[in-house]
Design a protein around this ligand. Sequence first.
Ligand code: AP5
Ligand code: MG
Ligand code: ZN
Length: 208
Amino acid sequence: MSHRILLLGAPGAGKGTQSKKLADEYDLEHVTTGDALRARKDMETDYGTPREFMEAGELVPDPVVNEIVEAALTDADGFVLDGYPRNLDQAEFLSEITDLDAVIFLDVDEEVLVDRLTGRRVCEDCGANYHVEFAPPEEEGVCDECGGELQQREDDTEETARERLSVYRENTEPVIEHFRETGDLVEIDGEASPEEVFDRIRDVLDDE
Ligand code: AP5
Ligand code: MG
Ligand code: ZN
């Protein structure tokens, strides 16, 4: 049974959606650099605030992100890690601080990714994720779970989404390639319903 799971995939591949399900099913900590950085958007660092990088679709400097991940993984018994590593230096750092049991890559075509990102809506109170077309709430703009207001992420405009995808191709695809070469990468077709994708991931984990 795997307890230290790394979930890789492009922006919009479904990392957050699947991580939440995995954390519930296997009683794991969900460690996600995107949410951690959004919670610290205006934190002053030697490099400026995370907000400046995130709203441009660029990567936040490694030292800032590495520190967040190291602290989170030190405290976690079992975890599903989402949003990290995004470049080879982060992958190197990760290999120094923990061992992984499973590395799963959610494969989704680029035009599907743009549709998923631009249609995403997030509850400002509880963080639940929706999609205007693929996973709409019962009442438009209102969270099913807590009644909170749904908002679009600042970086989910088409322009910034495409920039994030280009940063992903340049910096993060080499990380996917690295785990493919080490033989650790399990590739999963991420173009199916969230439930179907989850079943595929569970099959992989329960086989180990
Ligand atoms: P981050 O928040 O990690 O964003 P991301 O990697 O770009 O990925 P997303 O959260 O957009 O997508 P997801 O794969 O989680 O998809 P989701 O499940 O929500 O990072 C944001 C920024 O923070 C970065 O740009 C960078 O600036 C900074 N940052 C973060 N980590 C960093 C790091 N390590 N180093 C440096 N900087 C870092 O799904 C998307 C949508 O699709 C939803 O609407 C959902 O409802 C829908 N959906 C999901 N699954 C399906 C499905 N199977 N079928 C149909 N629709 C689906
Ligand atoms: Mg996410
Ligand atoms: Zn909510």
